[in-house]
Design a protein around this ligand. Structure first.
Ligand code: SAM
Ligand code: SF4
Length: 372
């Protein structure tokens, strides 16, 4: 039998087999620094040291779905439900404009009513009007019909985040109710529809889910590559006591192990997909207040400062221990800007910071980025 190849040897290779990804993902604390160093070089050579900021607005926690991991699932009756008013969203847009981020993400629970579809479309149009087209808009509003995606794209949104959550269909099924509303096939179809409607598409997974293996995570990395995805946002699964998945909390890796694994996922993804956008996610920060900065060092290049008005922040609890829910946006932002400059990264002010990967695939679209 061949001895297990060393991490250093594997990192010298141009591509990794599935089994090699599994070995890399299981690297111990000492070895993982080699992966981080390599990812940092790949990042510098391909997307440079720019960090793009996207103002995140958690527009509503009203959701028709019942995902077993999520604190705002429709079955959780302990949640106070809210929806931002138009003026609250436009105030956040004005903040984005004043602070020169140039990008905004509107995220919410999944609703497909005609009223919700129109309201979102109108918000997108008004943000575009208010900013004279300067704000680039990402939506993260779950699975919708192709027609709805087309309508929102026509209104002016150009990026969409929809996580696959896990690329293992059996694990996906374990994480969701067994009904026609929560199927792996529909999630895949939605990702394909988004791409066909012209969106830059982002997906992602949760890391450290109960029953998840290194093998699953290696398949996740291969899934992103095979889908030729433009952006990825992924982070640790964090338990929430009012969810069905909480009963498996004793099966989980420790929070620090989940964070290390998430950072290894980010680093390996940067190595295998050098020119995509990768977000440093809030769930990481729940485990370590400095985690977003650590993620930037090992491959991430996007951060989404939370601009949800303070009075709603504590009602958008997907998991427990969410950070900064008592802080005003400006306070979090000042700290973030200092930390980014301390690691010699530069903020891409006034720049949409679209995925270079998207433009490498569609050079004809470069002109849609008015602020590069
Ligand atoms: N409803 C939309 C959707 O599901 O795509 C957008 C909002 S949803 C809250 C955004 C993401 O939160 C999900 O894709 C999921 O990965 C993440 N999330 C939910 N519960 C989580 C948990 N307990 N730990 C970590 N991430 C979680
Ligand atoms: Fe709703 Fe998204 Fe939470 Fe699922 S993950 S319950 S779709 S908000």
């Amino acid at each position: 039998m061949n001895p297990k190849p060393s991490i250093r040897h594997l990192l010298g290779k141009k591509t990794f087999s599935h089994d090699e990804l599994v070995i890399l993902l299981s690297a111990d604390k000492g070895e993982q620094n080699l992966i981080f160093q390599k990812a940092s070089e790949v990042k510098q050579n391909n997307v440079g040291n720019k960090v793009y900021l996207r103002g995140l607005v958690e527009y509503s926690n009203i959701c028709s779905k019942n995902c077993f991991y999520c604190g705002v699932r429709s079955g959780n009756k302990n949640v106070r439900r809210y929806k931002l008013s138009e003026s609250e969203v436009l105030e956040a847009a004005q903040f984005v404009l004043d602070q020169h981020f140039a990008s905004m993400v509107i995220q919410a629970g999944e609703l497909s009513s005609p009223q919700n579809t129109c309201r979102i479309g109108e918000l997108v149009r008004k943000i575009k009007q208010l900013s004279q087209g300067k704000i680039g808009i990402t939506l993260s509003l779950g699975e919708q019909s192709r027609e709805i995606y087309r309508y929102w794209h026509d209104c002016g949104a150009h990026r969409y985040l929809l996580r696959i959550e896990t690329s293992n269909p059996d694990l996906f099924q374990k994480m969701h109710p067994q009904d026609t509303f929560h199927t792996f096939e529909k999630r895949l179809q939605a990702l394909e529809d988004l791409r066909n409607e012209g969106f830059q598409v982002g997906t992602g997974v949760m890391i450290g889910l109960p029953f998840q293996t290194y093998d699953d995570l290696a398949f996740d990395l291969e899934f992103f590559k095979n889908l030729d995805i433009d952006m990825v946002g992924m982070g640790p699964y964090i338990e929430h006591k009012d969810t069905p998945l909480y009963q498996y909390k004793d099966l989980l890796l420790s929070p620090l192990e989940r964070l290390d694994l998430s950072l290894k996922m980010v680093a390996l993804l940067r190595i295998i997909m050098p020119d995509i956008n990768i977000a440093a996610t809030t769930a990481m920060e729940t485990i370590d207040p400095n985690a977003k900065i650590r993620a930037l060092k090992v491959g991430a290049n996007v951060i989404m400062p939370n601009l949800t008005p303070l009075k709603y922040k504590e009602d958008y609890l997907l998991y427990e221990g969410k950070p900064n829910i008592d802080e005003e946006a400006q306070q979090t932002l000042n700290y973030l800007i200092q930390s980014i400059s301390a690691i010699h990264c530069e903020i891409g002010w006034d720049n949409w910071g679209d995925s270079l990967h998207f433009f490498h695939r569609h050079p004809e679209n470069k002109e849609i980025e008015p602020h590069s």
